[in-house]
Design a protein around this ligand. Structure first.
Ligand SMILES: Cc1cc2nc3c(=O)[nH]c(=O)nc-3n(C[C@H](O)[C@H](O)[C@H](O)COP(=O)(O)OP(=O)(O)OC[C@H]3O[C@@H](n4cnc5c(N)ncnc54)[C@H](O)[C@@H]3O)c2cc1C
Length: 348
């Protein structure tokens, strides 16, 4: 187990932002992870678990406790059953399942970060989310001090949310198990309009598995959503805001405002009679186009939903931009944008 004091955290995040950790521990086995968590808990020390740092906004003051970096490895495929150690690089694991001819997570290609973080916010893209394929999550439960196995239901997955996000100081994910599908070299049914259009197929048709994986990588790269150290448009935490899910009443009010501006907003049915609209659309129509901003933090030039560090930004610079956009969207449309990344030691 590697241990460093006063360790810079910015290089461990895709935004390259955040002050130092009082103590940084890197764990390479599940036992090391558990020992580090137990030691921090016994000492009453604040704990921050970090994987790929791709969904984290850490304050400029850093973290006044132990940061535990999960660097465990393990890719075990048994038929169509996959078990990943939490520290596995997600995008690499996805590529390996495609190499093995298995469908189920191919549309989640190119998403940065670790396998262990995927159940935390129920990672999703291009019509797939891990909630569909996760069978079990093995986690260390800090409340009981034991290792537990949670089935899919117990994970309480919903849009960019789960039990792990709802109880942020309770579970440390050690392993994630998935049920994949052997569809004879085909993908799972296409559920996303942009992908269906790309392949010229109807929604719910299957396409070639590798083609699906590679097409998603191409579409993502065009939006700055694949990491590239040389491209500041990817110095981000991906989508900074979730797509708002509006109740029937909120949606009616929103439609009236949009109609008054002669705009037709994207709308997708969501559970419980709600409607999901597009945060990227709201940001754009509220006057924040691609590349918006003149300071060291700006919107990506490729996507209005990514807030980026142009190289010299601080976390406060990024948050100032995020507040300006949130407030602007509220003033224009009466819709409250909610941040997707986890904020550490700061508030929006
Ligand atoms: C360019 C870009 C594109 C992105 N595109 C997408 C996308 O299409 N869809 C999507 O859903 N997300 C996307 N994201 C967000 C991000 O990649 C995912 O949320 C990813 O799963 C985060 O993984 P991570 O290992 O980097 O987590 P981190 O950023 O290290 O941590 C995120 C949160 O999870 C917790 N955590 C991490 N590991 C564990 C663990 N083992 N046990 C318990 N808690 C843990 C952390 O404490 C923190 O609260 C994107 C990000 C970037 C930078």
């Amino acid at each position: 187990m590697l241990e460093e004091l006063d360790a810079p955290l910015a290089p461990l995040t895709t935004l390259r932002l955040g002050g130092p950790a009082r103590r940084l521990v890197t764990a390479h086995t599940d036992d090391e992870v558990i020992a580090a968590v137990r030691a921090a808990d016994a000492a009453g020390e604040p704990l921050l678990v970090i994987g790929g740092g791709s969904n984290l906004v850490i304050g400029d003051a850093g973290f006044p406790g132990t940061v535990l970096r999960i660097a465990t490895t393990g890719f075990d495929l048994d038929g169509t059953a996959l078990e990943l150690a939490a520290g596995e690089v997600w995008a690499d694991a996805v590529a390996r399942t495609v190499d093995a001819g298995l469908a189920g997570i191919e549309f989640l290609a190119g998403i940065p970060g670790s396998a262990g973080a995927t159940p935390v916010q129920n990672v999703g893209a291009y019509g797939q989310e891990v909630a569909r394929t996760v069978t079990e999550v093995v986690a260390y439960d800090r409340r009981s001090g034991t290792t537990v196995t949670l089935g899919n239901e117990a994970c309480a997955f919903s849009y960019r949310h789960s039990r792990f996000k709802a109880e942020p100081d309770r579970y440390v994910v050690l392993r994630v198990r998935f049920a994949l599908e052997d569809a004879g070299g085909r993908s799972t049914p296409v559920r996303y309009a942009e992908v269906a259009k790309h392949f010229g197929v109807a929604q719910d048709e299957r396409v070639g598995l590798r083609e699906a994986h590679d097409a998603v990588l191409g579409l993502r790269a065009g939006k700055g959503m694949v990491l590239d150290a040389a491209d500041h448009d990817t110095w981000s935490a991906g989508s900074f805001f979730t797509n708002p899910v509006l109740s029937a009443e909120q949606y009616a009010a929103f439609l009236a405002v949009a109609a008054g501006r002669e705009l037709t907003a994207p709308a997708y049915p969501a559970p419980d009679g709600c409607t999901k609209t597009s945060a990227a659309w709201l940001i754009d129509k509220a006057g924040f186009g691609k590349g918006y901003g003149s300071g060291p933090a700006t919107l990506s030039t490729k996507h209005t939903l990514a807030l980026t560090n142009r190289g010299a930004a601080t976390t406060e610079d990024l948050l100032a931009l995020a507040r300006e956009i949130r407030d602007g969207v509220r003033a224009a449309f009466g819709v409250e944008l909610v941040n997707e990344p986890v904020l550490v030691g700061v508030r929006l």
